[in-house]
Write a protein that binds this ligand. Structure first.
Ligand code: ASP
Length: 342
């Protein structure tokens, strides 16, 4: 059975992707985007970018743009890796993670939140209406409901069917870090493969620069399908799945969150850019850091996407197959394949 990521990449069409798909080589860095602009992870980032563009093109704020953009895959019933239709954890709970960060360094996040379809908007409320940065689990759901977000059953029929299929052969077996990639056991019939495996991933990470040159970012996911209940990945961890600094630029990540958290991935990319690296070089160095510390991570997938304040973009992944969407005044539906280390 072809897994979802394999299917998505197989079905990707478009000259941009075909022209740059060169897994073993450095992908040609795209020309710098003009301001305002927005970039995001994966092919579903195209639709998200267009929602963000509706804000940016009218002179709107980058923060409003990334929230509007991230809400698109969150609402998409065909997207099983973000938001409302996300695949559940091992025990059948749909638990969502998200973070948001603005040009002033304000940030908010939720992790392991159930029953609320738009975690990115709850993350923004955490940022703007509480003195805190991160709310988790039931507390996050409670806060969201107090803020007027509807309480919903998120596990839909399609996601439940996929989970039940996985359960038929799943032998979940948490083991040590050294075996990441095998800490769940999917079996041949697993529709999405192994939790922590290279194909069991997708997250939208989004970075926007508005007409004033101010940057904001958003990151939202249902996390690794079939994960242990309570597992939280990189996406809601500021500095791991997302980081922006208005003096430098921003970065976001997708893939096996554990590897990103261990290396403070997005913070690392931004700090490397601060030291003078291009976004492309910074993403490559961050991937290299993961592989240097743990060579076995070559069997996993992690991708970084970054932009600096001049609108220069970079992307790099451990494995081929990572794509990213670009949007500015010249072209609103750009899609490129990232290069990769292996
Ligand atoms: N990075 C996310 C996580 O580890 C998932 C993903 O990108 O697929 O939760």
């Amino acid at each position: 059975m072809i897994d979802r990521r394999g299917f998505m990449m197989a079905s990707l069409a478009g000259p941009a992707l075909a022209a740059t798909a060169s897994p073993a080589l450095a992908a040609p860095a795209p020309a710098a985007l003009t301001l305002p602009c927005v970039i995001s992870t994966w092919d579903f980032g195209i639709a998200a970018n267009q929602a963000a563009w509706a804000v940016l093109s009218k002179g709107g704020r980058a923060l409003d743009a990334v929230e509007a953009g991230a809400r698109i895959p969150e609402a998409d019933l065909k997207n099983h890796s973000v938001g409302r239709a996300g695949y559940p954890d091992r025990d059948g709970h749909v638990t969502l993670d998200a973070s948001i960060m603005d040009e002033k360094g304000n940030c908010g996040a939720v992790a392991g939140m159930e029953h609320i379809a738009h975690p990115i908007s709850v993350a923004r409320r955490v940022m703007e209406r509480t003195p805190h940065v991160l709310l988790v689990g039931d507390g996050a759901t409670q806060f969201a409901m107090e803020q007027g977000f509807p309480h919903e059953t998120l596990l839909n029929a399609e996601s439940e069917a996929a989970w039940r299929e996985w359960l038929k052969t799943a032998k979940y077996r948490p083991v040590a870090n050294s075996e990441v990639g095998t800490y769940g056991h999917g079996g041949a019939a697993a529709p999405l493969g192994v939790p922590g495996g290279k194909s069991n991933h997708d997250t939208i990470g989004m970075l926007a620069l508005d007409a004033h040159g101010d940057i904001s970012g958003a990151c939202t996911t249902s996390g690794m399908a079939w994960k242990l209940h309570g597992r939280v990945g990189d996406s809601p961890i500021i500095g791991a799945g997302l980081y922006v600094d208005n003096e430098v630029g921003g970065a976001t990540s997708t893939g096996v969150g554990e590897e990103v958290i261990r290396n403070c991935g997005s913070f690392l990319v931004v700090e490397l850019m601060r030291q003078g690296r291009s976004p492309q070089a910074a993403c490559e160095e961050a991937v290299g850091r993961i592989l240097k510390r743990k060579p076995d991570a070559k069997d996993l997938q992690v991708g970084f996407l970054a932009i600096n304040k001049r609108g220069e973009v970079g992307a790099w992944a451990i494995q081929s197959g990572f794509s990213y969407a670009l949007c500015d005044g010249h072209k609103q539906d750009g899609l490129l394949a990232s290069g990769s280390a292996t």
